[in-house]
Design a protein around this ligand. Structure first.
Ligand code: NDP
Length: 496
């Protein structure tokens, strides 16, 4: 494939980073190099922020109708090159091609179309005479240059979730993708300019979190920082942004519980757990990672999930019959394997998986679907994010116990409840402390609805009209309607 590519996109053009560091972009399912290129330097971050700052006055004054037209044209441009995006996302992410084809790329196109539609509906409260003597109105204004940082798990979807609400609201952006997976994000920026979005509105700087991400977060012309990634790095980003009193939006890690009550349809729950745990090789912040199953149905559930997991086809990412590709890197594969080994050593049992598949090519990052039982609630494998194809099952007795165990981690991004009883379902949706709660399903997302966490999973919302609350300032405008020089309230200060 491509060799030596320009990994930066500044002022509407691909350009070569000016750092000495060479980045190697790999297909983790083969270990082969897809591209090499220079990392961004601090000077490149400076140039990208300047480009975004220069584009801001013009872009922020485009009308919603103009922005809508450009975004809808961009959606068409991405749709027209969809096969190219699918192939690149699958290779760079080690993803099964059917996932890139059926989820990643259609999701991105839908996201652009959605924001293309709702940018014309950016609204504030209606005007009114709340004081009696003034007309108050609300202006929703773009914030300025947004500095965004994205992870590697869904490179293009995460880039879209950051870019779309920001620019639909009239901001300009500098995005740093993970240096492992920048290729589709760069192509995405190119298609934006080809669709007529002015140069400078979207800029991409590729490089490591430290120094490139750090330089972006700390830049004095970056008015807002929007970060998706781990809770550990999210804390560092928030601390760095605090120096400039910047607005921060944090989409962080997850450890989603999957609560199965004894009246649940066990076949539906087992299939849901398998798919929810293994989507994208489990490298999904909302992946089902802890299944709590009411004791009378526990054995039945565990044995069906084991059977389903054993049938999952792990294989070459370009084979349409492959269910699950590789993990993102050897380092990530080793992290997952080490965590499973520590669970085993502390007394948990691995019912299936827990190994690298026998057929895995040398240098590839494959790991088999893994089911673990007999772990304790306070163990690492139950409490910490794993970001791999690993599901832990634990039994519970009373409904309250199941819900309490589900809430007993620092995270709160997503959760699901499985039951055929409407009262149990309603109660679970109230009790589960997470930004998204599914009933009898786990994973589906839609552009119209918000995505974001509770607790250590962060704050702020991606997607939906709620995301405009992150990417706009709300200004109160209060205009006197009396024309009086002497206003009654002046008497509180001085009487003449
Ligand atoms: P990381 O937190 O390691 O990295 C995320 C991004 O931050 C990367 O681009 C990284 O660069 C960058 N970064 C690292 N250090 C700094 C720094 N000091 N300053 C600025 N930027 C920095 O996450 P991963 O890439 O490993 O992604 C997996 C994580 O993302 C999981 O925890 C997952 O739950 C979370 N996630 C959350 C989602 C949500 O919606 N809540 C959605 C998807 C993922 P570099 O590549 O060099 O490390």
């Amino acid at each position: 494939m491509t060799d030596n590519v320009s990994l930066q996109f500044i002022s509407g053009q691909r350009c070569v980073g000016s750092s000495d560091e060479e980045l190697t972009i790999v297909d983790p399912s083969t270990g082969h190099t897809l591209a090499t290129g220079r990392s961004a330097s601090r000077a490149d971050v400076e140039a990208a922020v300047t480009s975004a700052r220069t584009a801001f006055p013009g872009w922020s004054r485009t009308t919603p109708a103009q922005r809508a037209e450009l975004l809808l044209r961009w959606a068409d441009g991405v749709r027209a090159r969809s096969d190219e995006f699918v192939a690149l996302e699958s290779r760079n992410g080690g993803k099964a091609i059917k996932l890139a084809q059926g989820f990643d790329i259609p999701g991105v196109i839908d996201n652009i179309s959605f924001f293309g539609s709702i940018t014309r509906n950016l609204e504030g409260k209606a005007s009114g005479e709340y004081s009696g003597d003034h007309t108050s109105s609300i202006r929703r204004e773009p914030i300025g240059v947004v500095g965004s940082i994205a992870p590697w798990n869904y490179p293009l979807q995460m880039a879209a979730w950051k870019i779309l609400p920001a620019i639909a609201a009239g901001n300009t952006i500098v995005l740093k993708p993970s240096e492992l997976t920048p290729l589709t994000t760069l192509l995405f920026a190119e298609t934006a300019v080809a669709a007529g979005i002015p140069p400078g509105v979207i800029n991409v700087v590729t490089g490591r979190g430290d120094p490139v991400g750090q330089a972006l977060v700390e830049h004095s012309d970056v008015a807002m920082v929007s970060f998706t990634g781990s809770t550990r790095v999210g804390r560092q980003v928030a601390a760095a942004a605090a120096g400039g009193v910047k607005r921060v939006h944090l989409e962080l890690g997850g450890k989603a519980p999957f609560v199965v009550f004894d009246d649940a349809d066990i076949e539906a729950a087992a299939r849901g757990a398998m798919a929810g745990a293994l989507i994208n090789g489990g490298q999904d912040c909302t992946a089902a990672t802890r299944a709590y199953v009411q004791r009378p149905r526990y054995d039945e559930f565990v044995s069906r999930v084991t059977e389903l997991m054993r049938g999952v086809r792990v294989g070459p990412t370009d084979d349409p019959a492959t269910d699950m590709g590789s993990l993102i890197s050897l380092a990530q594969r080793d992290n997952v394997a080490a965590m499973v080994e520590r669970a085993r050593a502390s007394g948990a049992k691995v019912l299936c998986g827990g190994v690298v598949p026998e057929h895995a090519p040398e240098g590839s990052a494959y790991y088999d679907p893994t089911l673990i039982v007999d772990a304790t609630q306070d163990s690492e494998i139950v409490q910490n994010e794993i970001f791999g194809p690993v599901l832990v099952c634990l039994p519970f007795d009373a409904d309250d116990d199941g819900l309490a165990l589900a809430n007993d981690t620092p995270y709160g991004l997503a959760a699901s409840a499985w039951t055929t009883n409407v009262f149990r379902a309603q109660r679970a949706t109230r009790e589960l402390a997470a930004g998204c709660v599914w009933v009898n399903d786990h994973i589906p997302i839609i552009s119209e609805m918000p995505h974001g966490g509770y607790k250590a999973s962060g704050f702020g919302k991606d997607m939906s009209t709620y995301s405009f609350d992150e990417y706009t300032n709300i200004k109160h405008v209060m205009s006197d309607i009396t024309g009086a020089a002497h206003k009654q309230w002046h008497d509180l200060i001085f009487t003449t």
